[in-house]
Design a protein around this ligand. Structure first.
Ligand code: WQD
Length: 251
């Protein structure tokens, strides 16, 4: 859960990312084997699927990812899978996050990335707060409902609950689960929901596509529901409301 996670940063500093994220995963795994820790839950990412048609399903063959961040997640999955196969007492749960957003409803815990945010939601909240001038929407010429990128946004509290279920229901061997909602939302749908729900303006400008972006990405969520008894319960309204509440409280 403590890996570096900036996709853009991974492109500009690949060696730092490969070293930090892969070596840490290997060291922790080695220590698990040494001290008999038999359950490992790993924060993976939907980015490992590469550019292929959604809904994305856990048994799909993985395609080449579009950036070093995705490569690292795919390699980490391989390291943990091979280690579990070689050590039957070492079971892993690979949780493929889709797009985590939002904050705890208390407004006390949330995301506050260093510097200029890479991801959409923290950028939107900083624009709404007046810390950033406007949002650049990376392309509106994709083959999607309104031309902007479609993603499966999942409330971070739903994501956390998915981890608890994964730990409670961890089976022997290698277990892979999508943690998403199964629903796609476009950039403009999310921005408009944010403005409507929070009654605030978010100035934006349509600009060119961001290299490495894919048009559409959302999860098939049937496996986690069946095997973990987990499904996401919070929708876009709660995500944008909770994200804004945290930003407003965050001094
Ligand atoms: C979402 C959509 C952008 C910023 C990445 C990683 C993934 C996970 C989540 C860690 C896209 C558009 C964004 C902006 C925009 N990371 N956008 N203007 O790229 O889907 O996924 O972050 O777990 O592994 O790959 O997320 O939030 O960067 O972008 O228009 O200023 O918003 O084009 O369509 P992404 P994102």
């Amino acid at each position: 859960l403590a890996g570096l996670k900036g996709v853009g940063e991974a492109v500009s500093k690949p060696l730092e990312y490969y070293f930090n994220n892969l070596v840490s995963t290997m060291v922790i795994s080695k220590m698990c084997l040494k001290y008999g820790v038999g359950k490992f839950v790993f924060s993976s990412s939907a980015t490992v699927y590469g550019d292929q048609p959604s809904p994305l399903k856990e048994d799909m063959e993985l395609k080449k990812t579009t950036n070093p961040y995705g490569e690292i997640k795919a390699m980490s999955e391989r390291i943990l899978t091979d280690t579990s196969i070689a050590n039957p007492n070492f079971s892993v749960s690979l949780l493929r996050y889709f797009n985590p957003v939002g904050a705890h409803e208390s407004g006390l815990i949330g995301e506050d990335p260093n510097g200029i945010p890479n991801n959409l939601m923290p950028f939107v909240t900083k624009v709404a707060k007046g810390q950033l001038e406007k949002l650049s929407v990376f392309g509106n010429d994709y083959d999607t409902i309104d031309g902007t990128g479609v993603r499966d946004y999942i409330h971070v509290v739903d994501l956390a609950k998915g981890h608890v279920k994964a730990i409670e229901n961890l089976k022997d061997g290698v277990n892979i689960y999508n943690l998403g909602t199964g629903r796609g939302t476009s950039v403009l749908e999310l921005v408009n929901a944010f403005m409507k729900v929070n009654d605030i303006d978010v100035p934006y400008e349509i600009v060119g596509r961001r290299p490495g972006d894919i048009a559409t990405c959302f999860a098939d969520v049937s496996k986690a529901k069946k095997e973990l008894g987990w499904k996401a319960e919070l929708g876009i309204e709660e995500m944008v409301r909770d994200a804004w509440r945290f930003e407003q409280n965050n001094k």
